[in-house]
Design a protein around this ligand. Structure first.
Ligand code: F6R
Length: 605
């Protein structure tokens, strides 16, 4: 949430700052700004709106300075405006910040010498640093003293005209990565901004401060004690962060699912031996066999993937109980977990603040935690006891698609591994393994064979104001996910329901301003699904049925997806829903990849 960039080297800083902000724009895009400095002056540019607005300013005011920092914002304190955009200035200090300074009001009352111009908590932090930055004080010491008083979360980068040879960065709860170039040092809140500039990076830990110079980096803690640095290699290639000919990242990410899913499964599912082996769990066979309860935690789409995964775990393992919790709720609940619980912590970004808070609480209670994470090197991935990278590659579009599929599949693989360790449910296990192996091809076929038909249906339903998605059993989480995808990018008010729940209230909504998406599988619940559909039809619903069944179904529009799969068919139908949400949004002419009010990677509460 919000993006930070910075660089110090021999080359002009401005081009990197602008290009880095473009790459991080998906993390927040209501305003942006950069400052570059030299020993005499600073060039501060800020603009409301997208980074392209800032770029126009930079084109008019190019700077030759070789040190600078930048920020793209997702507003927390203060409306999106130029005045609230970062960097914030106080005296000689310029500061960009991700996170929330919780005690900013209290700190502000002590800062009488600064005239506040914005409504942000960040300006308070800038003024606090400035208040310690007296004659003869090092910038890093001023930052350290200020941070000792701060309650909250931050990733910050600070520069000063009085010290044009250093960028000071610090982290507590908001990710920051320092890229090591040959004559340059880069700063980014997300590795994607570093691709093409360097592959060597230091992932800052909470409580660490880095002094970034042209020729290297020094790390220390908040007590000014030195810390040895750990340089790691970033393994993301340029293609992964480019649209590669697609109109939008979202379409690219939907369409690349066959490939990303093969990466998720690769080396883990062995069809010949009917085995699944997830490396990285850090659990012995005995420990896996002893698992009695699995608790699954995530937010948004990751939570829905967890919910779908919970059905799979129950199908796969007889003597296992499972619960699923939204991290934003769980973190404040007085929850109790049975003994021999393993927690699955699901997150695409690996940085979601609520999910991270739950992880830390679970660890505090001694619960074994396993991550199902996409972003390599992310905070959650680093803090879990063990886990699995889903290897879906960078997700740039704000709406999560390919990560959902890979997360659900990874939970299914985990279920197979538990079932095999316990020696239970042999029949379903074999079927799951076969379907896991076939899933990439099945998804490939949906994308190839149904894209145009779905685009056509989407165009005809794009004018509706409201939508209801419903499905039973494994299609219930898929209905929730379908509704989330549609609402977050097309702004059609959409809700997902368990089909059996419609008659308990939601069916009252059905009128001509609504359309409904009925998800139906040709399985033992087929007739039950038809009953829910009939009830909606009887009330004048405008139903699109998405199904794998060739049997007679009564709906305004029917999309029959031809798939051989049974247990994993929900993931195939979900891809059709993803395409549907995409094409509705295109038809409405909205910004597909950067929907209003949202940002990728929610690192604040
Ligand atoms: C929806 C979406 C969000 C995320 C949620 C969790 O399309 O992207 O609901 O799924 O913010 O994010 P991660 O998975 O990064 O923890």
């Amino acid at each position: 949430m919000c993006g930070i960039v910075g660089c110090i080297g021999k080359k002009e800083a401005q081009p990197y700052l602008i290009s880095g902000l473009h790459r991080l724009e998906y993390r927040g895009y209501d305003s942006s700004g950069i400052v570059t400095i030299n020993e005499k002056s600073a060039t501060l540019l800020r603009a409301k709106g997208k980074v392209s607005e800032l770029e126009k300013l930079a084109d008019k005011q190019p700077s030759k300075d070789t040190i600078g920092i930048g920020h793209t914002r997702w507003a927390t304190h203060g409306e999106p405006s130029e005045i609230n955009a970062h960097p914030h200035q106080a005296g000689d200090v310029y500061l960009v910040h991700n996170g929330i300074i919780e005690n900013y009001k209290e700190l502000k009352t002590g800062l009488k010498n600064h005239v506040f111009v914005s409504q942000t908590d960040t300006e308070v932090l800038a003024a606090l640093v400035d208040s310690f930055y007296g004659e003869g004080t090092e910038l890093v010491d001023a930052v350290t003293q200020a941070l000792q008083l701060v309650v909250g979360t931050y990733g910050i980068a600070v520069v000063s005209v009085r010290n044009p040879d250093e960028i000071i960065v610090a982290r507590a709860g908001s990710p920051l990565i320092i890229g090591i170039g040959s004559d340059e040092t880069y700063i980014a809140s997300d590795a994607s901004a570093l691709i093409g500039y360097t592959t060597q990076a230091i992932y800052l830990n909470d409580g660490e401060i880095a002094i970034c110079r042209r020729d290297g980096v020094t790390l220390r803690d908040l007590a000014a004690q030195p810390i040895s640095s750990r340089v790691e290699t970033i393994e993301i290639d340029m293609q992964a962060i480019q649209k590669q000919g697609y109109d939008h990242f979202l379409l690219k990410e939907i369409c690349e699912q066959p490939v990303t899913l093969r990466s998720t499964l690769s080396g883990r599912v062995n069809v010949e031996d009917e085995q699944v082996k997830l490396g990285g769990l850090n659990l012995s066979v005995k420990e896996i066999r002893d698992i009695e309860h699995v608790t699954i935690i995530g937010c948004g789409t990751a939570y829905y993937a967890g919910l779908l995964g919970s059905y799979y775990l129950e199908q796969l393992v007889d003597d296992l109980t499972v619960d699923v919790a939204m991290a934003s709720e769980l973190r404040y609940r007085s929850f109790h977990l049975p003994k021999n619980t393993v927690a699955l912590v699901i997150s695409q970004s690996g940085e979601t603040a609520d999910t991270l808070a739950c992880l830390r609480e679970l660890k505090r209670r001694g619960v074994k935690t396993l991550g199902i994470i996409n972003a390599v090197g992310s905070t959650i991935a680093r803090e879990v006891d063990g886990g699995v990278y889903v290897h879906a590659g960078p997700e740039i579009s704000v709406a999560s698609t390919k990560a959902f599929t890979s997360q659900a599949v990874t939970i299914a693989m985990f279920g197979v591994q538990i079932a095999q360790a316990k020696g239970s449910s042999a029949k379903d296990v074999a079927k799951f393994i076969q379907e896991l192996d076939q899933l990439p091809n099945e998804i490939e076929a949906v994308i190839k064979n149904y894209k145009e038909k779905i685009a056509d249906i989407a165009k005809r339903y794009a004018h509706y104001e409201h939508a209801i998605f419903f499905g039973r059993d494994t299609l219930y989480p898929v209905a929730l996910e379908g509704a989330l995808k549609l609402k977050e990018i097309s702004y059609i008010q959409a809700e997902g329901f368990a089909a059996g729940e419609l008659k308990h209230g939601p069916i009252a909504l059905v009128d001509d301003t609504f359309f409904e998406v009925a998800l139906i599988l040709d399985n033992w619940l087929f007739d039950k699904s038809l009953s829910a559909l009939a009830e909606v039809n009887a009330r004048g619903g405008h139903v699109i049925a998405i199904t794998n069944s060739k049997k007679q179904i009564d709906a305004e529009e029917i999309l029959v997806i031809d798939t051989k799969l049974d247990l994993l068919a929900p993931l195939v139908l979900n891809v059709a829903q993803q395409l549907f949400a995409y094409y509705v949004t295109v038809a409405k002419g909205f910004d597909v990849d950067q929907p209003r009010n949202l940002a990728k990677s929610v690192t604040v509460e």
